[in-house]
Design a protein around this ligand. Sequence first.
Ligand code: IMP
Ligand code: MG
Length: 176
Amino acid sequence: MKTLLTEEQLRQGIERMAEDIRKHYDGRPLTIVGVLTGSVVLLADLIRRLDMPLRVGLIQAQSCSVDPNRPGPLALDVGLLACDVQGRHVLLVDDIFDTGRTLWEVVPEFDNLGAKSVHTAVLLKKQGRAEVSMQPDFAAFEIPNEFVVGYGMDYRDRYRNLPYVAALEPNERAEE
Ligand code: IMP
Ligand code: MG
């Protein structure tokens, strides 16, 4: 496993992204919606750097696939969303923008729920992987196409608790 982003680099990147988000919303009330499970660490760090009136919601979006290289159809659960997003500015927060399919499917759901605006923020954007025409509105870092773990991100539900971001070697991905 090799470290890609240290704790200090993460802190600085998230502060930069929070500054962009503060400027964009300019004090307007915001509903931040974290996409479970990978976004939880970013969500916790990001909301403490925002000072507008803020609500927080969570949704579950999971690719129904056993092979992490080939995502299956997306199962979306907005039932966890405790707050009403009607007429609200919504910022969807996810860990990674890889092919982009997850956020591309989630954004229209929030349009349908009557959100006033829907934007997206991610910790990482993988270079050259997008399969959809949208881009994340805010991204703390761009990374090469490697499989990464830590800071909320997992490989088979492990490593989410690492305080840094690391790239897994191919042999580490074969292990059970
Ligand atoms: P997308 O729909 O292809 O953009 O994939 C986004 C989701 O795939 C992310 O929310 C992650 O859950 C997962 N994912 C993609 N790449 C990685 C990775 O390198 N490590 C861990 N999870 C990943
Ligand atoms: Mg995810």
